[in-house]
Design a protein around this ligand. Structure first.
Ligand SMILES: Cc1ncc(COP(=O)(O)O)c(C=O)c1O
Length: 355
């Protein structure tokens, strides 16, 4: 740390992204990316955008919002695009939390919420998940704080139903409820986007990083009442109005023009998740009930950390979290069928070696 670093950030503990190793070729099942390349339309659209890179990007993402409003069936002024959904979430912490309105979220959830609270000087409370790692919605009814819930939750993959979300939203009319839907497309559940028409305190965030195969493009979005979106735009225009570069906007438009491709990929991931769950259960693993593009698994014969390290030695990268309540688990991203068969094979070998 330099002597110039602002006092207010000196105790900040930044987010630790999943490993992106360059030392070897791994089967990469650690950061919940899609194993499938983006739609060919992404490349076609991006190619056309190259010739206008001399110009600043469109701060309103006009064409992208037009198309997204068709896809999500909301108005264009109900949508804002962000640099990954991380940026939408950060903006929500900035816009809707302060000393009088602290943030609340589960004790086990997306690790960035805590960091966004800290970097923005927002007080926060973590609400413990139930023993079975599910969210007890009664903990959030009428809580009078800004609520952040990932649905499906990460890293457990466990999802709330739309009616459970509605109960939380309707019981907190004086506060914003942010539902982070990074993984909703793998759940078979209805998105909470439709509730944004009924509740002006609901903000839903989404991403192109998972089901839409574009984590590297950094494209996310938030959907809510025009007033909430206007608040986020005030923050956005006060930081970087050009938060979506022209290539990313073009990639996003290409992807939205090929929804069939996205839907097919989601179906493949859901099938591969089922295969992985069944195989891991046969090997004696205990799993949470995942509605996401990953599974969360533990085995009584091997610690989470040891399994992670041994899989890494064998060329398969998964994610281990060291926090107390979940240290026995590993989170395994669902990849192609071939990748999952290797994961299962290597896991079997490791369990044999442990005997
Ligand atoms: C629950 C959750 N929300 C949001 C994100 C951020 O995704 P992105 O910024 O790539 O849109 C992630 C990334 O892994 C996540 O797990």
């Amino acid at each position: 740390m330099s002597k110039y670093f602002s006092q207010k950030y000196q105790s900040l503990v930044p987010y630790t992204p999943g490993e992106q190793p360059k030392d070897a070729k791994y089967i990469k099942l650690n950061t919940n990316e899609s194993p499938f390349e983006p739609s060919e339309k992404a490349a076609d659209f991006a190619k056309n955008a190259l010739s206008t890179l001399n110009l600043y990007s469109d701060p309103d993402c006009t064409r992208l919002r037009e198309k997204m409003s068709e896809v999500l069936e909301v108005n264009e002024d109900n949508i804002v695009f962000t640099n990954g959904s991380d940026e939408a979430l950060n903006f929500a912490f900035m816009a809707f939390c302060d000393d009088d309105t602290p943030a609340v979220f589960p004790d086990i959830t997306y690790g960035f919420y805590k960091v966004f609270a800290a970097v923005n000087g927002v007080p926060f409370k973590e609400i413990p998940l139930s023993e079975d790692l599910s969210i007890n919605i009664n903990d959030y009814i009428g809580i009078n704080k800004t609520i952040f819930i990932a649905n499906p939750n990460a890293p457990t993959g466990i999802a709330l139903s739309l009616s459970q979300i509605e109960k939380i939203v309707s019981s907190n009319p004086e506060n914003v409820v942010v539902i982070d839907e990074a993984y909703i497309d793998f759940s078979g559940l209805e998105s909470a986007v439709k509730l944004t028409k009924k509740y002006n305190n609901l903000l839903v965030t989404g991403t192109f990083s998972k089901s839409r195969s574009a984590a590297g493009a950094r494209l996310g979005f938030a959907v809510g009442s025009a007033a909430l979106i206007s608040d986020l735009n005030t923050i956005r225009y006060s930081t970087n109005p050009y938060n979506i570069n022209s290539l990313t906007a073009a990639v996003g438009l290409g992807i939205l023009n090929d929804e069939e491709y996205t839907r097919n990929n989601c179906r493949a991931i859901i099938a591969n998740r089922k295969l992985t769950e069944e195989s891991l259960k046969e090997l004696g693993f205990e799993l949470t009930s995942s509605s996401a593009n990953f599974v969360f698994a533990k085995h009584r014969a091997i610690s989470g950390e040891s399994l992670y390290l041994k899989l890494k030695e064998k060329g398969v990268l998964v994610r281990h979290f060291s926090s107390e309540r979940i240290k026995d688990y590993v989170r395994i991203t669902i990849g192609t069928k071939e990748q999952m068969l290797v994961l299962i094979e290597k896991t079997k070998e490791i369990l044999e070696e442990e005997k």
